[in-house]
Design a protein around this ligand. Sequence first.
Ligand SMILES: *[C@@H]1O[C@H](CO)[C@@H](O)[C@H](O)[C@H]1NC(C)=O
Ligand SMILES: *[C@@H]1O[C@H](CO)[C@@H](O)[C@H](O)[C@H]1NC(C)=O
Length: 244
Amino acid sequence: MGILKQGSHTSPSPLLLVHILIFIQIAPLIVKAQTLIPSKYDGFVYKNRPVTTDSIIIEAFLDPVCIDSKDSWPPLKQAIHHYPSGSISLIVHTFPLPYHDNAFVTSRALHIVNSINSSATYDLLDLFFDDQERFYNSQTLNDSRASVVNQVIQVAAKAVGKSNLPAIQSGFRDSETNYATRNSFEYGCSRGVSGAPFFFVNGFVLPDGGLAITYKKWRSIIDPLVGKAKRKGNSFKRLSLKHR
Ligand SMILES: *[C@@H]1O[C@H](CO)[C@@H](O)[C@H](O)[C@H]1NC(C)=O
Ligand SMILES: *[C@@H]1O[C@H](CO)[C@@H](O)[C@H](O)[C@H]1NC(C)=O
């Protein structure tokens, strides 16, 4: 549609002109959508392990109410703790799956707690994983949305301290925390994340997204990279990784 007829001297068809006009009208919207860049890199940096380009960077896209994300968490933590701080760092991004009714609200709670006391973010993630069933779709079927939000607020208060209850409540009224949670999701989408858990190592996506990775498997992925990083050369681990 709207393609010029063969021959170099034909003038643009009226239909093409309509398309051009439509494009000119929507172009500012396209540009606007592309400039929603957050002021800092998305995600929660795991406990005292600052991210540098000299360390191996693991990124995990997790959904707090996804069972595979929960199963993937202990072996990943165990693997991270196996290596000295400074050699490896971990960034968790929230990725609320649309078919989990309470994924967004629990993800948003992580963003709220992170803004109150970033050290408590991972305590809250552990609390969500430890008692995950209570926020499953079937468990909250008869609960109003307000009731679910309130239950989530109570769990968040456990992680960050009861004295912060008003701050958590106001966090849920603050549209900024909504945007932060959306932003993580959009960032995941932009990198091709289509499930949880999804992992990236030094920016490369691991195959089998959506499934937990065992401790043994993590070691087999990371060990060769650590050994080579020490020798400071340009080094690679073949794992048929796809770049996104
Ligand atoms: C933040 O959370 C950590 C870990 O839960 C805690 O040790 C620390 O005291 C908290 N900081 C403040 C200012 O409440
Ligand atoms: C939801 O309500 C239905 C109908 O009253 C009941 O049969 C079901 O057990 C309730 N589910 C939960 C999880 O409370």
